[in-house]
Design a protein around this ligand. Sequence first.
Ligand SMILES: Nc1ncnc2c1ncn2[C@@H]1O[C@H](COP(=O)(O)OP(=O)(O)OP(=O)(O)O)[C@@H](O)[C@H]1O
Ligand SMILES: [Mg+2]
Length: 378
Amino acid sequence: MKNPFYFRALPTDAPFCDRKKELDGLFSHARNRANVVIFSPRRYGKTSLVKRIQEKLKDLDFLTIYVDLFGVDSIEDMAGRIASRFYSYCHKDENIFKKAMKFLSLWRPVIRPDSEYGVSLSVETTRATRGIELLEETFSGFGKFIQEHGKGVHIVFDEFQEISELNESLQLEGLLRSHIQTHSNASYFFVGSRRRVLRDMFNEKKRPFYRSSINYPLGPLPIDESINFIMEQFKRGGKICPMEIAQKIVEKTGAYPYYIQRMPYSIFEISGKEVTEKDYIKGFTNTIEEESIIFEAMIQGLSLQQTKLVSALAHEPTGKPYSIEYLARHSLGSIGGVQGALKRLLELDYIEKRDNLYILVDPVFGNWLIRLTQSHLE
Ligand SMILES: Nc1ncnc2c1ncn2[C@@H]1O[C@H](COP(=O)(O)OP(=O)(O)OP(=O)(O)O)[C@@H](O)[C@H]1O
Ligand SMILES: [Mg+2]
């Protein structure tokens, strides 16, 4: 029987656990042409959620555009991504496509045959305009299109925090804000992980996006629904998962959306008709091992002190990482160093403060760190 659990991009018709309140609320904001900033830790289901909302909006005849800003490395790159996504969404309808070309004359769509997808669409500039000016013209053309289009337009900028890495980020934020606020027939969703970076961008008084959008933090999944979801999917795959095991998976992962698929996936692979405690333990170990490349990449960019601190917090969450006892117990060095490390780990969203304790955001990463130090001791 095929494994019923998904842990890569979730198709919009795949089974989805809960998020009813979020789907309704966000759908309503989009219909009201409100702008929303959606933030959560990595792999919480933001992209899956907004894609579902765009599917629903299409039924209302909205033009929906999804732009992924992951790895964006320049203003030209960003403007090009917007133009190319825009043309790809328009090209199915000749009238809309013509209208798009009229307003976005700075960009020429280039359609080529493609062995995999039939055709591929890319864009080229028609003039030598570059930098901020290029983005300015792109947005202003886009704004005119939105106004004339009449029907609603919904735009998702996924991985939006990436723009803060660009040199001209503040200027860029100012430009986006000034255009977006005039696009009264459109709703923008700014989506991203790195919660601190996004929160600061939208909630600091001196930043251009200050109070421009509704803050929408996305939490983990509800416990009971997650347990039911896991049992249900096993059933769909022709196997039985006892409730105690589904409960353990949810407890162990803190109902972290990615892991309620990832861990059952590994368990499904090794289990017989009925999942046993042994399958659960082995499945969990396999998950950690198979995820270790990601975890290794996560600590690779950290300094020694940051690695020590994140590992200390995995072993022992604390509200007082600067206390003499804590520093000594985990050999963390100076208070100043720990302050810097704590700030960086919060910025990266590797840790968060919950119920007055600093803890790891990803509990499976925490488990991996603990196993890592244990195996060093062996
Ligand atoms: N409501 C849900 N029901 C079932 N599975 C979910 C749900 N939400 C998320 N997932 C699982 O989590 C995975 C990650 O989801 P998604 O890529 O949408 O998260 P994300 O928050 O956009 O992640 P990133 O921050 O890395 O971009 C999905 O492939 C799916 O396996
Ligand atoms: Mg995503």
